[in-house]
Design a protein around this ligand. Sequence first.
Ligand code: KG4
Ligand code: ZN
Length: 351
Amino acid sequence: MTYLERMKEKIEKIRKQEIVRILAIESSCDETSVAVVVNGRKVLSNIISSQIEIHRHFGGVVPEVASRNHILNIIPLVEQALTSAKLTFDEIDAIAVTQGAGLVGALLVGLTTAKALSYALDKPLIAVNHIKGHIAANYIAFPELTPPFMCLITSGGHTAIVNVDDYNHFKLIGTTQDDAIGEAYDKVARVLGLEYPGGVKVDKMSQGVEPKIHFVHNDTLSKSYNVSYSGLKTAVINYVHKLLQNGEELDVPQICASFQHEAVDMLTQKVLRACKEYKQDKLVLAGGVAANSYLRSSLTEKCKELGIKLYFPPIEFCTDNAAMIGSVAYYQLLKEEPADLNISALPTIEL
Ligand code: KG4
Ligand code: ZN
């Protein structure tokens, strides 16, 4: 019997179990994380080692540096995740891993580790899409949350409005045509001299500031569900360069607040329109930028007016973590076949 045939048999047995424990690995960008998750909802451990301090020196994530640090971190994190869950490898049912999207070298570290564990322990391998992971972070945070719902994904690498019909069924309604919203935050922060990762700094600088600058004057995408952040980002960068060339002082909080309002408002009106068109009365936020205070407060207010129930995960589940990968893997395991050992990392994958 081949490895894959054996895993298919095992997965059928696991589906009948009342308790399914998944060890999940995430290494798509600059966080190495390993978690143990029960039945897709209960987190027994979720250990995260962030490389933010390392990449801060370079003003952004350096892919090769990220891969090398994942290699240093991954095995100790697997051990810590098991110890903290008070489990042994024998008590784990399957191994889950982020297959994409992300930095190829970084993904390969997690993927190779997961394949080795799967083969050595003879336990099924579940390959997970990172974007689905961000959505699933909400299943962990809100035990009562079940599909269908509308989801707004805003992270460093993705911006998407997704109609979630079921745990395994998604419809992409709108996306970015160029930069992701988090990427735009980070680039604007950089030109303003704020440290990486800039999103949280721009958010803090904007607190209590009334926005006055208009960067984008005509939004050609206003009628569609798609967005573009490249134009807004370039407008802010040009504005800053012009002031600097003229020897004028920068009003950093004002630039931050004005950029933040335009970046967020563009998305909030579209996602609310999508809720109406798709008749969804639940809206779920996901991804690193879901930590943004203005995005949260403006949607809280608007959803209240429209009778839409809004969910946003606690900050630790907004950014990258392995628990969210373990959650997706559980629902995938119930319906789909396990992965084979020859799968590749997928730096760019759609939902
Ligand atoms: O989801 P995530 O950890 O990584 C990806 O999968 O891409 O998101 C990281 C992104 C970064 O761009 C960071 O600047 C942004 O989330 N971010 C924020 C805030 N906190 C993190 N952006 C705006 N406001 C925040 N409070
Ligand atoms: Zn992410």
